[in-house]
Design a binder for this molecule. Structure first.
Ligand code: ADP
Length: 262
C-alpha cells in the first residue's frame, strides 16, 4: 500500500500539563492474579537453529497493575508481550489468563480474548491512513457487532477522553505523533478491555508528547474499571512511572520490583 501524499500538517499539540512524574502505586486490592505464568518458555526455530526467546518465566500479574517490562534488545520483551496478548502460546509451561489456560486454548478462544479483553498500542501507532481518527477507533468495534451509530458515538466519547474531541474528523497525516498515539489508545480502549498492552508506546515521540501519553496510560489504568497496563520499554521515564518493573535478560526475569502486596 502506498502512503497518501503528506501535506504539511498544521499541528498544535494538545496542551499537556507537565507534572512531576510519580510512579503509579499498585496498592489495589486483588482477588487472585489476572495472569499466572509458570515455567513459560518460547522457543523459535531459525532454520535448523533453535532460539530460546523465553526460558522458564514465573510471573503473576494482578488485575489493575501498571507493569513495565524492560531489558536490552533481544531479551524477550516482545515475545512476552505476544504471549500476554494471546497472540502466541508458550512452547512449554502454563499461562493462565483470568482462569483460562491459554496454552491449551482453541484458536477461537484466543481470538475472543484478543478482541474482547485486550487492547494493543504500538510504537508505530498502526493507524489506517485513509480513515479519520473517529473511523480508526470505530473500526475496532466491528467484530463486536455494535451498531454503527453506537460505534460512532463511542468513538467520539473515547476521542474526547484522550483529549482529541476537536480532531475526530482528521486523517492521521493531519495529526502529530502524540495525537496519533492518543487515537491508538482510544482504539485500544474501544471494547473496554481488561488489559492494555503497549510495545514501546513512546518510542517515536518527543519527550513532551511522551509525557502526555504516560499520563494518559496512568489515567486509563486508574479509571472506573481497573485496566491492567503492560508496557515494554527502553525509556527509563516510562518504566519509572510504572508501579511494578520487571527486567528481562536472555529470556529470564532478572529483576522484579514493586509487585502488588510486596
Ligand atoms: P525484544 O523484544 O526484547 O527485543 P524479542 O522477544 O523480539 O526481544 O526476541 C527475543 C529473541 O527471540 C531474539 O533473539 C530474537 O532474535 C528471537 N526471535 C524473536 N522472534 C523470532 C521469530 N519469529 N523467529 C526466530 N527468532 C525470533
Amino acid at each position: 500500500m502506498t502512503e497518501p501524499e503528506m501535506t504539511e500538517p498544521e499541528i498544535t499539540e494538545p496542551t499537556v500539563e507537565i507534572t512531576e512524574p510519580t510512579a503509579v502505586s499498585n496498592d489495589r486490592p486483588t482477588d487472585g492474579a489476572l495472569y499466572e505464568l509458570r515455567a513459560v518458555a518460547r522457543r523459535y526455530q531459525r532454520g535448523s537453529t533453535p532460539v530460546d526467546a523465553l526460558r522458564g518465566i514465573d510471573l503473576e500479574i494482578a488485575d489493575g497493575e501498571f507493569l513495565s517490562i524492560e531489558g536490552p534488545s533481544g531479551s524477550g520483551k516482545s515475545t512476552l508481550l505476544q504471549l500476554l496478548g494471546a497472540l502466541d502460546v508458550p512452547t512449554t509451561g502454563t499461562l493462565r489468563f483470568d482462569g483460562h489456560e491459554l496454552t491449551a486454548a482453541s484458536d477461537s478462544t484466543l481470538t475472543r480474548i484478543r478482541s474482547e479483553e485486550i487492547g494493543f498500542v504500538f510504537q508505530q501507532f498502526n493507524l489506517i491512513p485513509t480513515l479519520t481518527a473517529a473511523e480508526n477507533v470505530a473500526i475496532a468495534m466491528i467484530p463486536q457487532h455494535r451498531p454503527k451509530p453506537e460505534r460512532r458515538q463511542r468513538a467520539q466519547e473515547l476521542l474526547e477522553r484522550v483529549g482529541l474531541g476537536a480532531r475526530v474528523e482528521h486523517l492521521p497525516s493531519r495529526l502529530s505523533g502524540g495525537e496519533q498515539q492518543r487515537v491508538a489508545i482510544a482504539r485500544a480502549l474501544a471494547n473496554e478491555p481488561r488489559v492494555v498492552i503497549a510495545d514501546e508506546p513512546t518510542g517515536n515521540l518527543d519527550s513532551e508528547s511522551a509525557e502526555g501519553i504516560l499520563n494518559l496510560l496512568a489515567e486509563v489504568r486508574a479509571g472506573e474499571r481497573p485496566v491492567t497496563v503492560l508496557v515494554a520499554t527502553h525509556d527509563p521515564d516510562v518504566a519509572g512511572r510504572a508501579g511494578r518493573r520487571i527486567r528481562l535478560r536472555d529470556g529470564s526475569v532478572v529483576e522484579d520490583t514493586g509487585k502488588a502486596g510486596d
